[in-house]
Design a protein around this ligand. Structure first.
Ligand SMILES: Cc1cc2nc3c(=O)[nH]c(=O)nc-3n(C[C@H](O)[C@H](O)[C@H](O)COP(=O)(O)OP(=O)(O)OC[C@H]3O[C@@H](n4cnc5c(N)ncnc54)[C@H](O)[C@@H]3O)c2cc1C
Length: 549
């Protein structure tokens, strides 16, 4: 039997589910296959970044995230300790997720919702759309790509029955060991082994009563050898994840090693139940290409990074949002011939950027291995409190780079994209902190609260949005968009705050919420603008001819 679908998504992790959900939300039929039954043995991600939360706002699932069972009042502190019954060297306090305010740059804030809570939310989002079919226990075993489409061979993992699925496009969101990437022969460049790490999920209902450090999200343990272990509160209740950080040297921690690490971390014997053990390699890799003409990769299939910074899934969901509107455009016929190729041009540089920052964060966490704590740090007695304080403050200052990274989460820009029309202004610095919003073409269109209580972000989504911030004509852009079949909504605003943030009278915002173009008046050639934004490479030709639209 052969099934037909416009878009076949391979892999039902968070990135595949987000892509399926976003395509469904855009009215594009798609089929997602996942080789497992969807159960998560050991949740990996637990931080839903601020930009991902902005997408959840757009998708109308904020209340599902808020109602996730991670307690709203569980403190999110980061605590640096010698051991849990030893010394606290420093602490970065954060309130529970229910009490953290939104920063001025966003209508949202980050959320602590681990994968075994967030995947079901994304699954519910995808299932909400009748356009989306989710097939669990269904594995991709191979595919062929032709100029007309893709034919995938899939196997029911419960019965072994095989069938084919014909698709216009195939997207591999099938994780680090991606079958799709492998089949395309795409290599990955970077560092394949930063550390060999062992994660241990354990249950301990009275964990915070066993020590005097209080409830916190993450404990980072520093011994005479520097940082060697972390423990995070996975569900804010009874489940914790210990990570023996390891090193580039291959190691296979035995159960005895694991129990010894738990004992050393607590500083005294205690009762716990080990739920699962995951031995993994921390990598710094980005795929050399993000796909071909009809087959693309996204998420961990395209980039593998250290979890330090919580960028992995959030970068992958950024991939999904970028790819999704382009797939919609070609599916509905208004996307230009070069539009899908811009997925690689826009997202690969972001993959490289975020992977590099994640590794910098790892080096920050391991800075204690370069500047080892002196033996006095571990000596009892108030005499050494000052030494502990100084060492802790030094480390806390370094670690703040990881905890405050809205520039990474929201500040990624498509400056050099062929479908973005530069306005000649200089590129602002790309730093992880502080995040400075900009409406320069290629950037995330900034958030500003409107008089009616909405955010500017609420104006963007399915089609292009032309913000008209003064009494400026827009008819030639509207006409060009209509002639090309490009969905465009003109939003006229009399909001000085928006004009201040966007700095031009007219701003064209793409369906993914990034600025495509801005100017104070209509372009002389609106067709060139619209054709560029929809991926007909007109801008490149125009640039070569030295003209503006
Ligand atoms: C300890 C740890 C903590 C982390 N914390 C964070 C965090 O806080 N925030 C964050 O953003 N990221 C975090 N990450 C990274 C994050 O977990 C990953 O980036 C994310 O899971 C990638 O999602 P994905 O959907 O691309 O891939 P995956 O989650 O790997 O999903 C891929 C799916 O594809 C399926 N699949 C594979 N092959 C096939 C096939 N042939 N046919 C059908 N299905 C197939 C798999 O079964 C799997 O379900 C963390 C990672 C680790 C290790």
């Amino acid at each position: 039997m052969t099934v037909r679908t416009p878009v076949l998504i391979v892999g039902g992790g968070p990135v595949g589910l987000a892509l399926a959900g976003d395509l469904g939300w855009r009215g594009v039929p798609c089929t997602l296959i996942e080789k497992t039954d969807g159960a998560i043995e050991q949740p990996k991600m637990d931080l839903v970044g601020i930009r991902t939360m902005e997408f959840c706002r757009r998708w109308g699932i904020l209340d599902w995230v808020r109602d996730a069972p991670y307690p709203l009042d569980y403190p999110q502190d980061y605590v640096y300790v010698t051991n849990l019954n030893g010394y606290e060297l420093a602490r970065e306090p954060f309130p529970g997720r229910g009490f953290e305010p939104c920063p001025p740059e966003s209508p949202q804030k980050r959320e602590r919702v681990p994968q075994d809570m967030f995947d079901p939310i994304l699954r519910g989002f995808a299932e909400r759309s009748p356009q989306v079919a989710l097939l669990y226990n269904c594995e991709l075993i191979g595919f062929t790509e032709t100029s007309d489409g893709v034919q995938a061979r899939v196997r029911d993992t419960t019965t072994g029955a095989e069938e084919t699925i014909d698709a216009d496009y195939l997207i591999g969101t099938d994780g680090g060991a991606s079958t799709v990437r492998e089949a395309l022969g795409i290599g990955m460049s970077g560092n394949p082994a930063l550390t060999y790490t062992t994660n241990v999920l354990f249950r301990c209902p009275n964990f915070s009563k066993l020590h005097n450090k209080g409830e916190a999200y993450r404990f980072i343990f520093i011994g005479p050898e520097g940082t060697w272990l972390t423990i995070v509160a996975v569900n804010g209740r009874d489940r914790f994840r210990m990570s023996i950080v390891g090193s580039p040297e291959k190691i296979n921690h035995s159960e005895d090693d694991i129990r010894a690490a738990l004992l050393r971390a607590m500083g005294k014997p205690f009762d716990y139940e080990i739920l699962s053990v995951m031995r993994w390699v921390r990598r710094e890799l980005v795929a050399d290409r993000y796909g071909t003409t009809r087959v693309f990769i996204a998420g961990d299939a395209a980039h593998l990074m250290s979890p330090t910074g919580a960028f992995g899934m959030n970068t992958g969901i950024g991939d999904a949002v970028d790819l999704s509107w382009k797939l919609e455009a070609v599916h509905k016929g208004w996307g230009g011939a070069d539009l899908l190729a811009t997925y690689d041009a826009e997202r690969r540089p972001i993959g490289l950027r975020n992977v590099a920052e994640a590794s910098r964060n790892l080096r920050r966490m391991l800075a204690t291995r370069e500047r080892l704590p002196g033996p006095e740090i571990f000596e009892p007695g108030a005499t050494y409190d000052l030494a502990r304080k100084e060492y802790g403050e030094w480390f806390a200052a370094i670690m703040r780079h990881e905890w405050f990274a809205n520039g990474i989460m929201m500040g990624y820009r498509y400056d050099d994209s062929p479908i973005v029309w530069p306005d000649g202004t200089p590129a602002p610095p790309d730093v992880s902190h502080p995040y400075t919003p900009t409406a320069r073409p290629g950037a995330r269109a900034p958030h500003v609260w409107l008089k009616d209580g909405r955010s500017t972000l609420d104006l963007f989504g399915r089609g292009f949005t032309l913000l008209r911030l003064s009494d400026t004509a827009t008819s030639n852009i509207e006409q060009a968009a209509a002639e090309r079949g490009v969905p465009l909504t003109v939003v006229s605003l009399d909001e000085p705050g928006v004009l201040t943030a966007y700095q031009r009278n007219l701003v064209l915002v793409r369906p993914d919420g990034h600025v495509a173009w801005r100017a104070d008046g209509e372009p002389s050639d609106a067709h060139a603008l619209i054709d560029t934004a929809r991926g007909q490479s007109v801008q490149l030709r125009q640039q070569q001819a030295g003209r503006s639209p």
